[in-house]
Design a protein around this ligand. Structure first.
Ligand code: UGA
Length: 421
């Protein structure tokens, strides 16, 4: 098939590279010329495991990137994979989706072949029908284009693996021919395919992310109670997760969820519910628990070492999770802000996320490795579960005082203290 992918972020580029690997010819449309050039040269513009290998294999052969929409006129399937960031009021900002839909419509104006426009971006339920479909059809001046919602369940850092070995593929469409065409694009992937209506497919994505967020906040609330009881919440969650109705995944307590998805999508779902006249009770609490966790980290630190003014605090891990250089909504941001407000001297290290964090906090000191950050530090906070941190035992000996507080359970050294274990 001829496939185009609008947007070259984590979702768009992983989707494009994986479709190319399934044998399709793929065009990536992206607004940034430098990014398009990097993709065509086989260089991923961000860190994502396995992506470089796919780009090297397919760029220039059956994967092409550019800034113009012209190639989509030749495409059977057009996947919209642009960002849907949070607006100030917590609603999803759909301006990029709208702009992409209008450009797609424009490019499909003169063509005589069949096309299906597939929304992969995470959008509030109803958006494909109410925004994408009318924008594309009106701009194209025709009404014979198929529409589908095909939400992504790709974790950053593990996107390629999640695309190639998904738990399920959800395809929402209101007509059988469109469903068949989108299903055919995934030939070669061994996974159950759930076919639904368009709005239900969009809601599956929101509900999934809201449930993942809920699991984490639940584990964190249990962890906060366990800490008071002197009980290890990881042991507790191991026992809880052995119940097949619960599952052991996404029950890791700590400093909470960050990143561009769980918080954003849960907020947007809350706003959507409110706009519909509902008053959601559970989801606001999920976000509240999550916002409280980083501040607990700073409070625990103050209990351990007193006033933070003038103290040198090593912050290890800046990315919102391991295996990514993304710092969007990273828990390290609120921790560093609070440390600075309290007059601490912050020295930080992350294997790959320093350039991104430097844009947010140019004023703190960034180190070339963990040892340099720990040297003469009064305390250390572990914010990201990078596996290499688990091998640091003797590096902590360089600290002025071995006060080590973990927001993620990763260390093996005896002197550490867990945030909620
Ligand atoms: C999340 C979902 O997991 C994907 O299925 C979804 O496709 C994606 O959002 C999206 O909507 O695009 P992602 O945000 O990349 O993926 O990362 P996760 O692995 O879900 O981690 C999110 C945050 O939760 C991280 O800060 C992580 O450290 C934290 N987390 C995760 C916990 O605190 N505890 C856990 O048990 C698991």
């Amino acid at each position: 098939m001829n496939v185009s992918v609008i947007g070259a972020g984590h979702v768009g580029l992983v989707t494009a590279a994986c479709f190319a690997d399934l044998g399709h010819t793929v065009w990536v449309v992206n607004r940034n010329t430098e990014k398009a050039a990097a993709i065509n040269a086989g260089k991923p513009p961000f860190h994502e495991q396995g992506l470089e290998e796919l780009l090297i294999r397919h760029a220039g052969t059956n994967l092409f990137a550019g800034t113009g929409y012209d190639p989509i006129a030749q495409c059977d399937l057009i996947f919209i994979c642009v960002g849907t960031p949070s607006a100030k009021d917590g609603n999803a900002d759909l301006s990029l989706v709208k702009a992409a839909s209008l450009s797609v419509g424009d490019a499909l104006r003169e063509t005589e072949r069949d096309h299906v426009v597939v929304v992969k971006s995470t959008v509030p339920p109803g958006s494909t029908e109410r925004l994408v479909r009318p924008a594309v059809l009106e701009q194209a001046g025709r009404n014979d284009i198929g529409f589908a919602a095909n939400p992504e369940f790709l974790r950053e850092g593990y996107g390629v693996e999640d695309f190639q070995y998904p738990d399920r593929i959800v395809i929402g469409s209101n007509d059988q021919q469109t469903l068949n065409q989108v299903t055919a694009a995934y030939d070669g992937i061994n996974a159950p395919i759930l076919k639904t209506g368009i709005t239900a497919a969009e809601m599956i994505k929101y509900a999934s992310n809201a449930f993942l967020a809920t699991k984490i906040s639940f584990a964190n609330e249990m962890g906060n109670i366990c800490k008071q009881l002197g009980v290890d919440v990881y042991e507790v969650m191991q026992g809880v997760g052995m119940d097949h109705r619960i599952s052991p995944h996404f029950l890791n307590a700590g400093v909470g969820f960050g990143g561009p998805c769980l918080q954003k999508d849960t907020s947007a779902l809350i706003r959507l519910a409110e706009n519909l006249g509902e008053e959601p009770q559970l989801l606001p609490s999920v976000l509240e628990v999550n916002e409280g966790q980083p501040l607990r980290m700073v409070t625990l630190l103050e209990h351990r070492i007193g006033s933070l003014a003038g103290k040198r605090i090593a912050v290890l891990g800046l990315a919102f999770k391991a295996e990514t250089d993304d710092v969007r909504d990273s828990r390290a941001i609120s921790v560093i802000r609070s440390l600075l407000d309290k007059g601490a001297v912050v020295v930080a290290y992350d294997p790959i996320a320093i350039p991104a964090m430097r844009c947010i906090f140019p004023e703190i000191t960034y180190c070339t490795d963990e040892r340099e950050a720990l040297k003469e530090a009064d305390a250390c906070l572990i914010m990201t579960e990078w596996p290499q941190f688990s091998m640091l035992d003797d590096a902590f000996e360089g600290m002025r005082a071995q006060v080590v507080i973990e927001g993620r359970r990763i260390l093996t050294c005896g002197t550490r203290e867990g945030l909620c274990w």
